[in-house]
Design a protein around this ligand. Structure first.
Ligand SMILES: NC(=O)c1ccc[n+]([C@@H]2O[C@H](COP(=O)([O-])OP(=O)(O)OC[C@H]3O[C@@H](n4cnc5c(N)ncnc54)[C@H](O)[C@@H]3O)[C@@H](O)[C@H]2O)c1
Length: 274
């Protein structure tokens, strides 16, 4: 029996059709939330919404929206506000992981713009569209009126030279998180999560595609297994629950020790014994 700490609460998940967003939709619906799922992949979005509805019996509303387009984000937020009782959790998760070449000097302007628009501007636009709604609501006996969970990456903590533009977007998400947390305290907590290597749509849902990337970057994971969607979903559940109410402005790695045991202390992967 799952604890229903999100009963009578609304959740918005961007990038909700696949990967972490999809996993979080099932998990948060099972904890009582009503869910708005946002994605720009219509087919996958409708399919995920239907499956979550079927499995959990929850109200799940799919909204087609490209998070990099401000007009679409504004109308999505309006619709979400109409459909949900409130917006307590915003899981700002939509993103793309395309490498666009490993030499930052050779990245094409149109590719730079695309990844910046989706991975960075998208999370900013969505937070901007929801903060007023989240700040203006009240929950009896609770200090917080909402929680924002942004999605960074270990590549934003240790810049990955094989993914330079992606790394810059994720490092910027860590800064965005801190500045949002400062602006929105004490009403809304804002944290980010930094996943490591997890098989999702970004790796074409194919473990071997991900392992090729890991071999190329000489990545070794201290806990000696690749990450799962569930690992990340468990952290999202924690950040959505009352157990995390005293945390804001943090970036939490969920990466089997990749960041904290590895590069953070100047250790090369090869120096670590497994
Ligand atoms: N998978 C990993 O190992 C990993 C590691 C670190 C960070 N991340 C981050 O996790 C987040 C979720 O990715 P995932 O791994 O679940 O991949 P995924 O491809 O399975 O899911 C991402 C979802 O976002 C949607 N999306 C992409 N651009 C969009 C846009 N402009 N508007 C609306 N929806 C859009 C996609 O259609 C997809 O459904 C991303 O921000 C990604 O950078 C993933």
């Amino acid at each position: 029996m799952k604890e229903s700490f999100l009963e009578n609460k609304g959740v918005v998940i961007t990038g909700g059709a696949s990967g972490f967003g999809r996993g979080a939709a099932f998990a948060l619906a099972e904890r009582g939330a009503e869910i708005v799922l946002v994605d720009f992949n219509k087919e996958l979005l409708d399919e995920t919404a239907e499956k979550v509805r079927e499995k959990t019996g929850t109200n799940v509303i799919p909204i087609l929206c490209d998070v990099s387009k401000s007009d679409q984000v504004k109308s999505m937020a309006k619709k979400a506000q109409k459909e949900l009782p409130n917006v307590y959790i915003l899981f700002n998760n939509a993103g793309i992981g395309v490498a666009y070449g490993k030499n930052i000097c050779r990245v094409k302007e149109k590719d730079w713009d695309r990844i910046m628009d989706i991975n960075l501007k998208g999370q900013w636009l969505v937070a901007k569209a929801f903060w007023r709604i989240m700040k203006s609501q009240k929950f009896e006996g609770e200090d917080l009126s909402g929680k924002i969970i942004n999605t960074s990456s270990t590549a934003g903590l240790i810049l990955d030279p094989n993914l330079p533009t992606y790394s810059i977007t994720k490092a910027a998400i860590n800064s965005l998180t801190i500045l949002l947390a400062k602006s929105l305290a004490p009403n809304i907590s804002v944290n980010s999560i930094a996943p490591g290597f997890h098989v999702t749509g970004i790796y074409l849902n194919d473990e071997e595609t991900m392992r090729v990337t890991m071999r190329y970057g000489k990545i070794k994971i201290p806990l000696q297994r690749i990450g799962t969607v569930q690992d990340v979903v468990d952290l999202v559940i924690f950040l959505s629950s009352p157990s995390s109410d005293y945390i804001t402005g943090s970036c939490i790695p969920i990466d089997g020790g990749l960041f904290n045991i590895g590069r953070k202390h100047g250790l090369k992967w090869e120096d670590i014994e497994y």
